[in-house]
Write a protein that binds this ligand. Structure first.
Ligand code: COA
Length: 260
């Protein structure tokens, strides 16, 4: 498929890892409607491709993404925004079944920060900056910022970031649990791909059900989450990979996953 605003490829060293690069560098990867349409199409295609086990989303060194496209919204009225309902579509990224890792360098602001938080893990370059500066242009986060930031950072800090527009440095984001790790800018992509490749080497159905269960923790009371977890655990006992994994352990050999 031909894309104008993104670059879609497979990680050379491990073709089980699918990658998407946001590719609107002159606009700091501002997340326009057509860009998001392409991004969701590409990620859903990887999600449906049985040869792909894990995905990486990245921008360039200067910007992961500097937010939703302000030029597209500047003149809109609320009825137009409501009918467009552009951010509802973004939840399709949270609904992907395969793990998605964000590799963030430079700006991850507004929608860019929200997009990174829609991913399952974040690898940050030491140049990364996260923030929700919408307050500075007369609005507020609309693609999950007030909810996901609060669940991750807690009320006090999320409130501060959303009400002041202050950016978090990569180190701060790491200390607060927003990102998995911070590495030098020269190797942030390599690091994200290495993590994706590790996950791609695991039994895919177990990966899928485990991802579902972790995400469930964010949207359910503990008791329901625990029940969901137990059922997913029991479900894995009808996979060939569970038999293989446990037998390989007993026979002291590496497992051969079939993805069944
Ligand atoms: N939407 C549309 N265009 C954007 C954009 C956005 N969210 N963020 C950056 N751009 C464009 C700029 O308009 C500029 O385009 P131009 O060269 O045609 O004028 C280009 O990207 C480069 O940005 P610029 O502002 O010149 O770079 P900078 O280094 O001076 O500042 C930022 C970088 C990130 C601090 C600044 O671009 C910014 O504040 N962006 C908006 C962040 C934001 O409010 N996001 C939430 C949106 S809801």
């Amino acid at each position: 498929m031909d894309f104008q605003y993104i670059r879609v490829y497979r990680y050379e060293a491990d073709p089980r890892v699918g990658a998407v690069q946001l590719n609107r560098p002159d606009k700091l990867n501002a997340l326009s409607l057509p860009l998001m349409e392409e991004l969701i199409t590409a990620l859903e295609a990887f999600d449906a491709d049985p040869d792909i086990r894990c995905m990486v989303l990245h921008g360039n060194e200067r910007a992961f993404a500097a937010g939703a496209d302000i030029d597209e919204m500047a003149q809109a009225d609320s009825v137009e925004m409501l009918l467009r309902d552009q951010f509802r579509k973004w939840e399709r990224i949270a609904a992907l079944k395969k793990p998605l890792i964000a590799a963030v360098s430079g700006y991850a602001l507004g929608g860019g920060c929200e997009l990174a938080m829609l991913c399952d893990m974040i690898i940050a370059s030491d140049t990364a900056q996260f923030g929700q500066p919408e307050i500075n242009i007369g609005v507020m986060p609309g693609a999950g910022g007030t909810q996901r930031l609060t669940r991750t950072l807690g009320k006090a800090l999320a409130m501060e970031l959303v009400l002041t527009g202050r950016f978090l440095s990569a180190q701060e984001a790491y200390r607060l649990g927003l990102v998995n790790r911070v590495v030098p800018a020269e190797i942030y992509l390599q690091e994200a791909f290495a993590l994706a490749s590790t996950i791609a080497s695991k039994p895919p159905i177990a990966v899928r059900l485990a991802k579902e269960a972790v995400l469930k923790a964010l949207s359910t009371p503990l008791e329901i989450g625990l029940e969901f977890e137990r059922k997913n655990f029991y479900l894995l006992f009808s996979t060939a990979d569970q038999k293989e994994g446990m037998q390989a352990f007993q026979q002291k050999r590496p497992p051969q996953w079939r993805g069944r």
